[in-house]
Design a protein around this ligand. Structure first.
Ligand code: SF4
Length: 780
């Protein structure tokens, strides 16, 4: 029932240990008295040049964390189908024949969960055929492994095939840190960042702070790995991990499976952490690597981790210091339920009934959903199936609808051959496709719950924002372990505690669950399942034509942006002065627009549609006040409409905004779209750091007011020219940039601005975009 990957695959899937050990040696030479955490060791061993990075750092390493910008060279890239489109389109515009590092594409987000895999999968494939065909053809051309629809969810597939101790990878999805369960540093990024790695350009990250979580005691009974992160999310809140790596350590780790560790790292994204990781743990990692045909990686990791002293890549130094420390006693941990609407609202199971009543949360719930990238391991599913077996033996059926989403074909096929799938199905459960489905809004509910109706569901997923699962903002998604979701589905009541409560039987007797038990790994090995779901090989084929239909509404080839002119930017016009918060969602809305992620002209129709016009208070409404005579009667129009009108006339523009412009996500569309429509400068009171970098990568100049009061002096359709920008760009960021402003009233004045342009970023802007620069370097 199992296949072994070819030796070339194993070579591609093994972290470059000799290179990493050499780099670590260099790091130790430069920081001889530093005591490094595991995360730092792996991260710094991926520096492009430790010497350049640490040239002005003291020998004990102080002044790195939270301060130094690291230029890193990741080992691998993984992309999911929705975000891979723009990443690949950008990569293609560089004109390179293959990716610089191994990469993989996973078709998972665009698959519906409704009636079961047999029906949902073919329908989803035909509905998204042009996107899947594009991804597959690009993957074959550039040597990227392509996992087709049905093969599995990106993070589970990565765990089973690519994650390994000491690896550093980027993934175009926020739950990429899942791979930290096998000791990888795995970071979720936007497509433009992934392209950095694909073209062999260094990827920049501000050195994170390190939050240590010490695990003591042992998990037992109903408590599961999921409960560790549900509890931790309650302690840290959704922002508590920002700018930090969570590094788990301590004796409690030995009671966890490799997949349990992955669950914990997966949900580090919910506290905003850069990533999370566990140390190489031979007791659980070696059997998992062997079961997934990577015994040789386990052997190398064991050899490295047994070496003594400071040069051990896979162990934190004794006496290393964490910026913060949290200790959790697993022996005392009880199951938790988090939600609704935010993953950090954490309630211990024993208190949940009371809290639910106090908050008037629904007394019953309509569906229990288990699986997803977070919780679909063999251990999770066998523990859940143990509970189903108990209930079935007592003659019970779930009261709530019960859905199972396997994380991969390997897991599904193994559960099938071991009888777990039939246990679920005989109990009335529906096994959905190996894909994201209900976790990402691709859940077509058939239980009659109407939009706008308050209701509850229980899931073993990781996120529970409003509307996330079924598009209904009134659906309360309570997050819990798969075991708890399964047991509670038999009662259908939010006040049921399976540890203490019984379910009445028709006979008059009552039924009480025994604590769940399962197996970490299948006794007879993992099954391969449907061979059609195996990936294409990661070997480039220059003869493959990338398939993009010129009439497509969902995909469009990216044309390179024009280089910066050999002069100052003159006669820009203020498109809109934005009032208040302006997130990446405000600039590039999600929801129904997601289907246009691979078509820049079409998705640009949503540019800034959430922005509030500071001068009128209206949302997505601006006025073309260019002709003085037209002022009085100018008609309002949408922001993208005016931007397109100006683009057609060659009129470039600027946006004026307030604080933290571009907060939210790393969504590169929020920088690409304004650039595509003719935006050259964003002038704000302040920027969100990642978005500010994204703007520079796309050739847009982010400037901040030297005097914030100047925000009030500028208005819509004022004309603006730069003073000193060209010199500053040509001098690698050294210099001041002023703006000459002519108001529509005829008043003229200049204002001072500030910028954070580094020499590299000046190069991006002069070339027109970072990709233009990379393409030029690639050609030379
Ligand atoms: Fe993201 Fe959910 Fe898919 Fe996981 S299952 S990758 S959380 S959409």
């Amino acid at each position: 029932t199992s296949t072994t990957p070819a030796s070339t695959d194993i070579a591609l899937r093994t972290p470059p240990y000799p290179k990493l050990l050499r780099k670590l040696h260099e790091v130790r030479h430069l920081l001889p008295t530093a005591r490094l955490t595991l995360a730092e060791k792996i991260l710094y061993s991926h520096l492009e040049s430790p010497e350049e990075a640490f040239s002005s750092i003291s020998k004990n390493g102080s002044g790195i964390r939270g301060a130094l910008s690291l230029k890193l060279k990741p080992d691998r890239v993984a992309m999911q189908d929705a975000s891979a489109q723009m990443a690949l389109l950008q990569f293609m515009s560089c004109g390179l024949p293959s990716t610089a590092v191994p990469a993989s594409i996973h078709c998972d987000h665009m698959i519906v969960g409704e009636r079961g895999a047999d029906v949902d999968l073919p329908e989803s494939i035909s509905g998204n055929k042009e996107v899947f065909d594009f991804l597959e053809s690009a993957a074959k051309k550039y040597g990227i492994e392509f996992w087709p629809p049905g093969a599995g969810i990106i993070h589970q597939t990565v765990l089973e095939n690519y994650a390994a101790p000491g690896l550093m990878m980027l993934g175009t999805d926020s739950h990429t840190p899942n791979a930290g369960g096998l000791g990888s540093i795995a970071i979720g990024v936007g497509g433009a960042d992934a392209v950095d790695a694909l073209v062999d350009a260094p990827w920049e990250l501000k050195a994170p702070k390190i939050l240590g979580v010490r695990l003591e005691g042992r998990l037992s009974g109903w408590a599961s790995p999921k409960d560790i992160i549900l509890h931790l999310a309650g302690l840290l809140t959704v922002r508590g991990g920002t700018g930090k790596i969570i590094e788990y350590h301590g004796p409690g780790i030995s009671s966890l499976s490799a997949t349990g560790m992955a669950t914990i790292c997966n949900m580090g994204a919910e506290v905003g952490a850069t990533t999370s990781l566990f140390p190489f743990t031979p007791g659980s990692h070696t059997p998992y690597l062997k079961a997934t045909h990577r015994g040789s990686i386990a052997e190398q990791a064991e050899a490295i981790s047994s070496s003594p002293g400071l040069h051990n890549l896979l162990r934190a130094d004794a006496e290393c210091e964490y910026d913060e420390m949290i200790t959790i006693d697993l022996s005392k941990l009880e199951p938790h339920i988090n939600g609704p609407f935010t993953p950090d609202l954490s309630t211990p199971l024993s208190q949940f009934s009371e809290v639910a009543k106090a908050n008037k949360w629904p007394e019953t719930f309509g569906a229990g959903l288990i699986g997803s990238c977070t919780n679909s391991s063999y251990q999770d599913m066998t523990r859940a199936s143990h509970l189903v077996q108990q209930a079935s033996a007592a003659g019970l059926k779930p009261k709530a609808d019960f859905f199972v989403t396997p994380g991969s074909e390997q897991i599904r096929a193994t559960l099938d051959s071991d009888g777990v799938v039939s246990t679920f199905e005989q109990a009335g459960g529906v096994v959905l496709a190996n894909a994201c489905g209900p976790c990402i809004g691709q859940w077509k509910r058939t239980d009659g719950v109407q939009k706008g109706t308050e209701n509850a569901i229980f899931t073993s997923y990781n996120r529970n924002f409003r509307s996330r699962n079924d598009g209904n903002a009134k659906t309360m998604n309570f997050l819990a372990s798969p075991e708890l979701v399964t047991a509670m589905a038999y009662s259908g009541s939010t006040s049921f505690n399976p540890m203490t409560d019984s379910i009445p039987l028709p006979s008059g007797e009552s039924f009480r669950f025994e604590p769940p038990s399962g197996q970490d790994l299948p006794r007879s090995g993992f099954a391969v399942g449907n061979a059609a779901f195996l990936p294409t090989p990661g070997v480039p084929d220059p003869n493959v034509q990338v398939v993009i239909d010129p009439s497509s509404t969902r995909l469009a080839v990216l044309d390179p942006f024009e280089p910066f002119p050999a002069s100052e930017l003159g006669d820009l016009k203020v498109l809109v002065k934005v009032k208040g918060q302006c997130t990446t969602d405000t600039i590039s809305a999600a929801g129904p627009w997601l289907k246009y992620k691979g078509h820049l002209p079409n998705i640009s129709e949503n540019t800034l549609i959430g922005a509030i016009n500071a001068e009128t208070g209206e949302t997505n409404t601006v006025y073309d006040l260019s002709a003085a005579a037209a002022d009085a009667n100018a008609e309002g129009m949408g922001i993208p409409e005016l931007a397109k009108k100006w683009k057609a006339k060659g009129q470039e523009w600027i946006v004026v905004a307030e604080h933290n412009y571009g907060e939210g996500s790393a969504r590169e569309h929020a920088a690409l779209q304004p650039r595509y429509l003719g935006g050259r400068i964003i002038l704000a009171k302040s920027f969100a750091r990642i978005h500010e970098t994204n703007l520079k990568k796309q050739g847009v100049v982010p400037l901040t007011f030297a005097d914030e009061a100047d925000y009030d002096r500028i208005g819509a359709c004022d004309e603006i020219s730069t003073i000193g920008l060209l010199d500053t760009l040509q001098n690698g960021g050294k210099g001041e940039v002023g703006l000459w402003v002519r108001r529509r009233s005829g008043e003229e004045f200049t204002i001072k601005t500030k910028h954070t342009l580094s020499p590299d970023q000046c190069g991006f802007i002069l070339a027109g975009s970072a990709l233009n620069l990379l393409a030029r370097k690639g050609r030379n």
